[in-house]
Write a protein that binds this ligand. Structure first.
Ligand code: HEC
Ligand code: HEC
Ligand code: HEC
Ligand code: HEC
Length: 343
């Protein structure tokens, strides 16, 4: 009895020390780095950890461009048998972009990742059929979405980074459908990295980056309209998407918003408008390119609900406010992946 009495304060102390350690584990180690991203006095600053910034810089180094190719000579449409998208290139430019695509998407597997090596004109491999559509998707981004990607543009590398399946893609996912007291969790409280493990709906993407539901928290009418509970669900999905956007870009909410009035466009930064176009662009890529390719992909590439992997902010941004820190790889591949020439 006596012994236990004396133990108690020691145990409490140990408990407190353990708790403090637990709390601090969530903090970043110094030194921190702060970048002002809005007007002075508004608290709009991006705080990051120096070591992490350094690691991100290294992970986002850009590979060297392939040596320039001779733009004269036979057109690919004439030189080869089954060219549907890149026929306007010279033979040299065509093979140059094939070499680049190999480096960007399948550096270990090589040409054989997309090609039947006995007959390069053959379309038997799904990867080649997908890649042809990917070339058109990349051209579409660079032609019609300068409202988002500016003159920087994108190449296959922006998303793929040397791997066949890019990091930071998403699938429709209602989450496990359990019975009992945890029934109908509405896809919540299931840690999902794409929303930084927040306890919010794990799939805000299907309604907001594939569907065109309004991204709103502030109601537009005095009384609720439409389906019961919809405004609350929409608000939760909105916050979940906002967390994806912040994590995907490696920024705080104040990179785009003045936190005293999240909905006010007047008080938002120019980056919020760029993000608005980014949302519309992601919707188009998912609806016009990814979803129609669904039946082309083999079952092992599909998600739990049988849909194809789709594009979110992280797919290009990979934790950085401008993908690859704003370095343009497109400038070396304008003929190949820039605005498509008029047919
Ligand atoms: C990521 C997929 C991918 C990789 C890797 C790839 N290619 Fe291709 N290749 C394609 C696509 C797609 C086409 C069709 C382009 C079109 O329709 O405009 C094509 C077409 C070709 C053709 C034209 C064949 C014909 O007669 O129609 C040649 C030649 C070719 N590739 C060579 C190569 C070589 C050499 C490599 C390796 C250095 C390579 N490719 C790597 C996707 C790929
Ligand atoms: C905006 C992002 C984005 C860009 C840009 C992009 N891709 Fe993709 N790519 C994807 C996504 C998402 C998938 C689906 C992942 C999967 O295969 O499950 C994909 C899949 C593929 C696949 C199928 C891989 C496999 O093993 O299933 C190939 C091949 C491919 N892309 C080639 C290319 C080429 C070549 C380019 C450039 C001309 C390109 N991609 C540009 C996002 C992108
Ligand atoms: C990269 C820019 C960006 C970041 C970062 C960002 N937002 Fe947003 N936010 C937007 C855009 C753009 C919209 C409007 C979307 C639309 O209308 O399609 C929006 C809308 C909202 C709305 C809805 C406002 C209304 O009118 O109902 C709220 C609330 C919100 N954001 C909160 C947040 C929070 C909280 C964070 C941080 C976790 C955050 N945002 C991070 C760009 C951003
Ligand atoms: C297809 C690739 C791609 C996708 C997908 C994408 N972005 Fe971007 N984004 C870019 C590129 C490239 C730039 C750089 C443009 C430039 O240099 O002017 C950029 C720039 C931005 C900027 C401006 C950053 C700054 O420092 O000024 C914001 C904000 C942004 N994106 C938000 C988003 C959000 C939010 C999403 C998802 C809804 C998204 N992006 C999806 C490619 C993409």
């Amino acid at each position: 009895m006596k012994a236990l009495f004396f133990q108690a304060p020691r145990m409490a102390l140990m408990g407190a020390a353990l708790m403090a350690a637990g709390l601090l584990a969530g903090c970043d180690a110094p030194p921190q780095e702060s970048t002002q991203s809005g007007y002075r006095g508004t608290g709009a600053a991006q705080i990051d950890n120096k070591a992490r910034v350094q690691a991100k810089r290294e992970a986002n180094a850009v590979p060297e461009a392939q040596p320039a190719a001779d733009a004269s000579g036979d057109k690919a449409s004439k030189a080869y048998q089954n060219v549907k998208v890149l026929g306007h290139l010279s033979e040299g430019q065509f093979l140059r972009v094939m070499a680049a695509m190999t480096e960007w998407v399948a550096p270990e597997e090589g040409c054989g990742y997309c090609h039947n090596l006995d007959n390069l004109a053959d379309d038997k491999m799904y990867t080649k059929v997908v890649a042809r559509r990917m070339i058109q998707m990349t051209q579409e981004i660079n032609t019609n979405w300068s409202s988002h990607v500016g003159q920087t543009g994108v190449t296959c590398y922006t998303c793929h980074r040397g791997q066949a399946v890019p990091n930071g893609v998403w699938f429709s996912d209602k989450g496990p459908q359990t019975a009992g007291s945890a029934a109908s969790p509405a896809g919540q409280n299931m840690a999902a990295p794409m929303i930084d493990r927040a306890s919010l709906p794990r799939d805000p993407f299907t309604p907001l980056l594939l569907g065109k539901e309004e991204i709103r928290v502030a109601a537009a009418t005095a009384l609720p309209t439409g389906e019961a509970g919809a405004p609350i669900q929409r608000a939760e999905q909105t916050y979940s998407l906002m967390i994806h956007m912040s994590t995907g870009l490696g920024v705080n909410c104040t990179f785009c918003h003045n936190s005293r009035a999240f909905s006010s466009w007047e008080e938002s930064t120019p980056q919020r408008a760029t993000a608005w176009y980014g949302i519309r662009m992601a919707r188009e890529l998912n609806n016009s390119f990814m979803t129609p390719l669904q039946s082309t992909f083999p079952p092992h590439r599909l998600g739990p609900e049988g849909d194809v992997a789709k594009v979110g902010c992280t797919t290009c941004h990979q934790g950085v406010n401008k993908p690859l820190y704003g370095v343009s790889m497109l400038k070396d591949y304008l003929a190949e992946l820039g605005p498509a020439p008029k047919q």
